[in-house]
Structure formats: structure tokens, C-alpha cells
Design a protein around this ligand. Sequence first.
Ligand SMILES: Cc1cc2nc3c(=O)[nH]c(=O)nc-3n(C[C@H](O)[C@H](O)[C@H](O)COP(=O)(O)O)c2cc1C
Length: 177
Amino acid sequence: MRILVAITGASGIAYSRRLVQALTDGGHEIKVVVSKGASKVAEAEGEPLPKSDYEESDFSAPFASGSHLADAMVVCPCSLKTLGEIAGGLGSNLISRAAEVMLKERRKLVLVVRETPLSHIAIKNMETVTLAGGVILPACPGFYHKPKGVDDLVNFVVGKTLDQLGVENKLFKRWGE
Ligand SMILES: Cc1cc2nc3c(=O)[nH]c(=O)nc-3n(C[C@H](O)[C@H](O)[C@H](O)COP(=O)(O)O)c2cc1C
């Protein structure tokens, strides 16, 4: 699969690293775009960021056009600002433009949103993206798989994200296994 991974300034940069690693290991064609906000959060969290293939402002990147045959886009983690940009159809940077392209072309778009609690505005934005065909996947790990530490919690969220993309994975123990 050809997938764009956008990393934005919500807490949980570790999710993006694990996601990029899993997709790369799976032999998928991955491109990454990192927002300026993500760089600030990565610094605060002491997490290294995956290399960015495009500038956030680069509208000449292939993913800015529907004629580029991408299979999916994941925003992980997804800030409320980027959620709002996508819900509003603003396309003011490559991330929200590429997301708009995924929605208009009826391709897979997954937003791993992280914030708590949620305002009415955030909930309405999530509703809008859902009605447009996107998937809101809150960075909200379960505990029924008995996590031993942070790694297991990260793997749970990333595993659920890969499930949405249709990418086979064994990152977490499934109920009934
Ligand atoms: C350490 C840190 C943690 C943050 N965590 C979140 C978060 O979990 N969710 C969120 O929506 N915004 C969070 N923010 C705020 C966003 O980074 C900010 O709104 C930024 O403008 C998002 O821009 P971007 O979506 O272009 O990356 C955080 C900021 C900092 C500095």
C-alpha cells in the first residue's frame, strides 16, 4: 500500500514512531510529513521523530493531488487544530490538503485524535469528518489485554490503526485469542 503518515502536535509521538516502523517493516510505501507543532511536542516528550519527506507547506507534494494514487492517509497523533482544519476543509497546509484529497477521492483517512476532555466543537468536528467518510480513532488504549507497560499501550493503539488500514498485525492480543 502507498500511505501518507502525517504527524501533528498532539501528545503521543511514540504512536507515530511505532506506526511508521510497523508499516515500513510490512513493506509498504510510506511517506511522512511532520508539522511544526509535532516537532515541539516531540521535544517536550523527548521522543525522536521519523524523518519528514515533505515540508508542511509543500503543496507540490504528490499527496496534494487526487491524481496521485495513494491508498490511505493516517494522521497520528492528530491534534484538535488539524482535526478542525480537516473538518473545515481548509487545506491550508499539506496535511489538511492531503486529508481533503483522501475524502474527496473516497479513500481511507484515519485520524488518531488525542485530547481530553472534548469540547462540543471537537465532537462536532469529529462528526463532520466521520460523515465525510473518515475514521476517528481516539488514542485511547484498552486494558483488557493486560498491558505490561507503555509499549503495550502504544502497540494497542497502533495495532487498531493498522486494523483500520487493513494491514495485518499482531501488535496486541485480541479478545478471544
Ligand atoms: C507538549 C505539548 C502537548 C500538546 N498536546 C496536545 C494534545 O494532546 N492534543 C492537541 O490537540 N493539542 C496538543 N497540543 C497543542 C498543539 O500542538 C497546537 O494546537 C498546535 O498548534 C497543533 O498544530 P499542528 O496540528 O499543526 O501540529 C500540545 C502542545 C504541546 C506543546
